[in-house]
Design a protein around this ligand. Structure first.
Ligand SMILES: [Zn+2]
Length: 212
């Protein structure tokens, strides 16, 4: 599987293009849907699905344009669907940017589900706490963690619906149990691996964490 990263939208969120046998999944198009669609076309790939880790504006600003350009199926956390068209809930209100009103109605996803990209399983993992119902996606030795787990850090929990206990618990149960060599592709900043985060992420070192 080919994995490409693009920085999109006002905050330059990490948008990932996953290409398997000519089929493409795009994770978190934060903006510039046309540019993402053009990149997929240049790679000779058909965008079949758009996967959203969580419904904060900087991860969804490009969904409408990309979905219109590609007719891709759009999937988002079941518990956050109402945030798409609601700038207060997707946090775009009052950010000094154009408010984000996502018109696309995604299909809701829950942890434990599996989607398929050209036959390759995409496992849906429940990693809430940065947002009410945040998800991560595991595919072919790589995990896309949105703003739950980042290299050397974890997501903020001071937004509405944030919960530090839930965030640490989800990371522990769903992410740190993956093979150590699993590559971590977060929503912001650089890549890592599960093994490196287990050993060095300062937020994941407390002994009590292992009892969550
Ligand atoms: Zn976020």
């Amino acid at each position: 599987m080919l994995i490409e990263r693009m920085a999109t939208g006002p905050f330059g969120v990490n948008t990932y293009l996953l290409v398997e046998n000519g089929a493409c999944a795009v994770i978190d198009p934060g903006g510039e849907g046309q540019r993402v669609a053009a990149r997929a076309a240049l790679l000779g790939a058909q965008v079949e699905m758009i996967l959203i880790t969580h419904m904060h504006f900087d991860h969804i600003g490009g969904v409408d344009e990309l979905a219109a350009a590609t007719k891709a199926a759009v999937y988002a956390p079941l518990g956050e669907l109402e945030a798409g068209p609601d700038p207060a809930k997707n946090l775009s209100a009052g950010m000094g940017i154009a408010p984000v009103f996502m018109r696309t109605a995604p299909e809701g996803l829950k942890g434990g589900q599996t989607l398929y990209l050209a036959g390759q399983p995409v496992k849906v993992l429940s990693t809430p706490g940065h947002s009410p119902d945040g998800l991560s996606f595991y595919i072919d030795g790589a995990v896309f963690t949105g703003d739950a787990l980042m290299a050397g850090s974890i997501g903020r929990t001071d937004f509405p619906g944030g919960d530090m206990q839930k965030l640490l618990s989800g990371i522990q149960k769903e992410l740190l149990t993956l093979p150590e060599e699993t590559k971590v592709y977060p929503g912001h900043m650089q890549e890592s691996t599960i093994g490196r985060e287990k050993r060095t992420n300062p937020f994941l070192q407390g002994e009590d964490l292992w009892d969550l």
